[in-house]
Design a protein around this ligand. Structure first.
Ligand SMILES: Cc1cc2nc3c(=O)[nH]c(=O)nc-3n(C[C@H](O)[C@H](O)[C@H](O)COP(=O)(O)OP(=O)(O)OC[C@H]3O[C@@H](n4cnc5c(N)ncnc54)[C@H](O)[C@@H]3O)c2cc1C
Ligand code: SF4
Length: 550
């Protein structure tokens, strides 16, 4: 939190951090209802959509509310869902769960298989047509505060600073974007959101946020095996009974499948590697045949929120609000949050537009959270509130069974037999000591379905100037080797899906190495480091992956 000092500043009415579905929806709605307002959106990606990674099967409820004619306007979406199956995998077998057993709360009507990155590129065009100023390649690195502590806008990152902090030729200092209200739409585990939650105590009455790491690939498969509109979700293998999460396979357009695995970040075994679990998933007898002769087109990873109802913080702070997954509106059992990100952007935009119309600025909009939850988000998340706590307490076998019972009761009787279960711990507190587990040996890559992380990261199209300050900041550089290595085997080596962290021997002693240029901005290290010693801060704007079609 900073004052602007002598830096250059530009004034706008509303500044929005993040051009994902929530941020762009807020921008569009503001200009639809209040064309006279100046609205500015910044995004750290080189181009809009470049940092967006999702599944995705989208519930169209959000887009219907934002742009009811989105179909005729040509929004780039894939096929409507035609088949939706849930599977339980063992190491060799695949049990398809009967549709009649699936609780109605798990179903999505009119779901659409979508590349969220492509959709955001299109939403960005719609916003620009309405007069929104959109700046990609622009990271928001801090918020500006006034004398009264209220948020007055953001500070954008410097361009052209060397690794040692020096100013390189062409250096441009970050500017202050000053606004009446600031909407923070950074997605799961936003770096500004983290600061704001702490400064304003936004989580004082909510449970800790819970997260998962989603790893996704796009494959082009044989036309004979492709069924546009087919959706499969997988529970069980490769994850053990005490690790939450599951796989997905969505048949999109042009013989493409979106294949992924979400691993809940409250896993306990420090030797678990989410990336290697994903390789095992692809080698399962039910998945591997799909990939025979297929071509892997893209790779990426991103954290998702999963705390749901109990973890929703206060959204409004003096001078702005959190929206989308920066607050956390994921319906974990349905793996759906895009519609809620959009609905939260719309509701926040309406609240901010009305406040500015009434001559207000920089204050806390008391009614904003209730308006957001009233869009249907509150009711949807409240109904499935016990699913994630049941998974965490009872594991992915008994927990899944109990959560099915819970969802059936909630559907039939509008009440849960469990009341409201709390999330007891943050994910970083869940790791056991390494001594409680045996080291895992994962199969070697075969270059067919199983790959290594370095080769995979190549498919994320990363651009990152190595001569810039390291954006993975250690609060205490001694912690990884002194504390994390003996206690947990330094789990960063394994949870990072981009092989950023290594422990190497140098001069006979272990050293912690950070290959920052590989980072795909998933935020897992910021969430899972057991000492909470890693702060992910945005690197220079335009750095990181440049996903296409994710
Ligand atoms: C593997 C996976 C599968 C999923 N599957 C589905 C699904 O099938 N259906 C569904 O509905 N949902 C799904 N989701 C969830 C969905 O993708 C998210 O809910 C949604 O993307 C959240 O939107 P958002 O606008 O809040 O944030 P995001 O989409 O994360 O967008 C945030 C944007 O902010 C930018 N940004 C962040 N910090 C800064 C900063 N400091 N400065 C500048 N820019 C910044 C980022 O570059 C990004 O462009 C899935 C998510 C994952 C990871
Ligand atoms: S360094 Fe952190 S944010 Fe970057 S890819 Fe690895 S775990 Fe994700």
């Amino acid at each position: 939190m900073a004052d602007i000092g002598d830096r250059e500043s530009i004034e706008t009415d509303v500044v929005i951090v993040g051009a994902g579905p929530s941020g762009l929806s807020a921008a569009i709605r503001l200009k639809q209802r209040h064309p006279e307002l100046a609205v500015t959106v910044v995004d750290k990606a080189a181009e809009i959509g470049g940092h967006i990674l999702s599944g995705a099967v989208m519930d169209p409820a959000g887009l219907d509310a934002l742009l009811p004619d989105w179909r005729t306007r040509g929004a780039p979406v894939g096929p409507t869902v035609t088949e939706d199956r849930f599977h339980f995998l063992t190491a060799q077998r695949d049990f398809v769960l009967p549709a009649a057993l699936m609780p109605p709360l798990m179903k999505t009507h009119d779901g659409i298989i979508t590349s969220l990155g492509d959709l955001c590129r299109w939403l960005g065009e719609q916003a620009a047509e309405l007069g929104v100023d959109i700046f990609p390649m622009t990271a928001a690195v801090d918020v500006v505060t006034g004398d009264d502590g209220s948020v007055r806008g953001i500070i954008t990152g410097d361009l052209g600073r060397g690794k040692d902090g020096s100013e390189k030729p062409g250096f441009a200092r970050g500017i202050a974007l000053l606004a009446k209200y600031t909407l923070v739409a950074e997605g799961a585990r936003g770096s500004l959101a983290k600061q704001l939650v702490r400064t304003f105590g936004l989580d004082a009455e909510s449970d800790p946020q819970k997260y998962g790491l989603g790893i996704k690939e796009i494959w082009e498969i044989a036309p004979a095996l492709h069924k546009a509109g087919r959706v499969d979700h997988y529970l069980g293998y490769p994850l053990g009974a005490d690790t939450g999460g599951g796989g997905f396979c969505y048949h999109a357009h042009d013989n493409r499948i979106y294949l992924g695995l979400v691993v809940h970040l409250d896993y306990r075994d420090p030797y678990l590697s989410p990336f290697e679990e994903f390789q095992r998933f692809k080698a399962h007898p039910s998945i591997a045949p799909l990939l025979a002769g297929a071509k892997r087109l893209s790779y990426g990873a991103r954290a998702i929120t999963s705390g749901g109802w109990q973890s929703i913080p206060e959204l409004a702070f003096p001078g702005g609000a959190l929206i989308g997954c920066a607050a956390g509106f994921m319906n974990a059992p349905r793996l759906k949050a895009i519609h809620n990100a959009i609905l939260s952007g719309i509701a926040a935009a309406d609240a901010v537009g009305t406040a500015i119309g009434a001559g207000r600025a920089h204050d806390r909009i008391e009614t904003l959270k209730a308006s957001v939850l009233d869009t249907g988000i509150g009711q949807e998340l409240r109904r499935v509130r016990n699913v994630k706590p049941l998974w965490s307490r009872f594991g992915s076998r008994l927990g899944v069974f109990l959560s099915g019972v819970d969802m059936w009761c909630t559907s039939l009787f509008r009440a849960s037999p469990f009341g409201t279960l709390r999330h007891r711990k943050a994910d970083y507190q869940a790791l056991d000591r390494a001594s409680a587990h045996a080291e895992r040996t994962y199969p070697r890559p075969d270059g067919v379905t199983r790959f290594d992380r370095t080769g995979s990261v190549f498919l994320a199209n990363i651009a990152h100037d190595e001569d810039q300050p390291v954006h993975l900041q250690l609060r205490d550089p001694a912690v990884p080797i002194r504390d994390n290595l003996p206690r947990y085997g330094e789990p960063a080596r394994l949870y990072c899906p981009a092989a950023v962290y290594e422990v190497v021997e140098e001069g006979g002693a272990p050293q912690f190495r950070i290959n920052a240029a590989n980072c795909v901005h998933c935020k897992t290290c910021d969430i899972k480091d057991p000492a909470q010693n890693i702060d992910w801060v945005p690197p220079e704007g335009g750095s990181g992956p440049n996903y296409s079609g994710m």
